[in-house]
Design a protein around this ligand. Structure first.
Ligand SMILES: [Zn+2]
Ligand SMILES: [Zn+2]
Ligand SMILES: [Zn+2]
Ligand SMILES: [Zn+2]
Length: 450
């Protein structure tokens, strides 16, 4: 069948329709969840250890049995290094080496009826890698770790290993659970054909380790050059996004959002000193004694100084909270930002987002509701309506509001959550069936008792 014939029989893909469903070529569970989640299916549960290496944990015999085809390639080595933990990148590379050695080079993953990719079809970015000092340092330390891990056996030559490392760096997906927390890393051969856009037309979620790509808008046909996902968090300024894409994936983004002038003004914006005015002040160009273009308030040098002080403080704290979030630190930052940062300032939204998650974690539900309600319009603004994070935020708010005995408002958010999540996750997803649907019943019951 020729290409054009194939194109003709491919139907339109509706919004929320599945574009691709794929099992990983290779994947690992994040080592920080080693004793909390099953090494095979990545789910939480009652776990038992592999009796040989005592390193990996499984939720049951079925997973242990299915996981053995790959685990048997590493089990004896993991046993040797106990009680040390292999860093994630090393474990992934170790599995990759073994899988390729066992014939993985021939594995084909199809992205259309007739077309497929093999591991060697992934881009290795060899020349970029050679000039990337931090990555080369990472590579040489990994080489050392793996040399010790395999006790000198099994290691391919360094050029070959670098080809694997390069493909791994540029093509890995973070495997998230349905609540969008990253629990693992995997390489998906077919899905890696999809390019990036800061304004994506498709989105990826995971059901266990299975990657599911859905259309965020109606696509006229399965045309891979028109399908884009976002590789990065798009809640960032153009400068930040482009830097991340260049450093991690070695390309300069040419998406519509990067080409057209961006409203940087409000991404890094200051509030108007007049609290009754909702204008955004361009922090990059404002000078002492300038006036607000909307209300005419004078912007003093002191106000500008305060803005930059709060910005510096916020960035320092956001950076330091990459691993652990401190609710009190978020609260201090939010207090300082009040009246100084514009409502859509990305650093303000990042702080709010951390405060929201942390409030839920510490069961401070009143705070969580307050932050969540503020986040809604920000998420719509940056992620758009049909984004998994926007859908999840609505779902969390529905739960929180129900908990606060506000069933009417809860229902409103739940209906929006349903609308969004049926596109991003699908109505057959575990999130939809196990969380969203039962919540409808809970809210209706609560509503009746009022
Ligand atoms: Zn399992
Ligand atoms: Zn084992
Ligand atoms: Zn872009
Ligand atoms: Zn103003």
């Amino acid at each position: 069948m020729s290409d054009s014939e194939e194109m003709r029989i491919v139907k339109e893909i509706p919004q929320g329709g599945i574009i691709l469903e794929e099992k990983p070529f290779v994947y690992i569970l994040c080592s920080k969840f080693r004793t909390e989640r099953c090494d095979f299916c990545l789910k939480k549960g009652q776990l038992s250890k592999c009796s040989v290496c005592q390193y990996t944990y499984y939720c049951g015999r079925a997973c242990q049995k299915e996981g053995w085809s790959v685990h048997k390639l590493e089990c004896q080595y993991l046993k040797q290094i106990r009680p040390r933990i292999l860093p994630d990148a090393a474990r992934m590379l170790a599995r990759l080496i073994k899988i390729l050695e066992k014939g993985g080079h021939n594995t084909r993953s199809f992205y259309s009826d007739k077309k497929y990719r093999k591991f060697k079809d992934l881009m290795s970015h060899y020349p970029n890698l050679k000039n990337d000092n931090p990555r080369m340092e990472h590579f040489s330390s990994l080489y050392g770790v793996l040399y010790e891990f395999f006790r000198g056996e099994s290691l391919p030559n360094s050029a070959e290993l670098m080809g694997m490392f390069g493909r791994m760096c540029v093509n890995s997906f973070s495997i998230c659970n349905q609540e969008l927390q990253s629990v693992g890393t995997g390489i998906y051969l077919a899905a890696s054909i999809v390019d990036h856009s800061c304004q994506p037309t498709a989105v990826v979620t995971f059901e266990g380790t299975t990657l599911i790509m859905r259309a965020l808008e109606t696509l006229p046909s399965l045309n891979w050059s028109k399908i884009f996902i976002s590789y990065i968090d798009v809640m960032a300024s153009k400068k930040e996004r482009q830097l991340e894409l260049e450093q991690t994936y070695y390309f300069t983004c040419q998406c519509p959002k990067c080409i057209n002038p961006e409203p940087v003004i409000y991404m890094m914006g200051a509030a108007c000193p007049n609290s009754d005015c909702d204008n955004c002040i361009d922090s990059a160009s404002v000078q002492s004694n300038d006036t607000c273009s909307k209300c005419g308030s004078v912007i003093t040098g002191e106000f500008i100084q305060t803005f930059w002080d709060v910005m510096e403080m916020t960035c320092t704290h956001l950076d330091s909270m990459k691993e652990t979030i401190f609710l009190d630190v978020c609260k201090v930052c939010l207090k300082k930002q009040k009246g100084v940062f514009y409502k859509y300032n990305v650093k303000h939204i990042k702080t709010l987002d951390l405060a929201f998650d942390s409030s839920i974690e510490f069961a401070k539900y009143d705070d969580a509701v307050e932050y969540g309600l503020q986040l809604v319009k920000c998420f719509h603004e940056y992620y758009g309506t049909y984004h998994p994070l926007t859908g999840l935020l609505h779902l969390k708010l529905a739960k929180l509001l129900l908990y606060q005995n506000r069933p009417g408002e809860a229902m409103g958010y739940l209906k929006s959550a349903k609308d969004i999540l049926s596109v991003t996750h699908g109505t057959s997803s575990s999130l939809f069936k196990e969380q969203l649907v039962p919540l409808f019943q809970d809210i209706m019951l609560e509503g009746e008792s009022w």
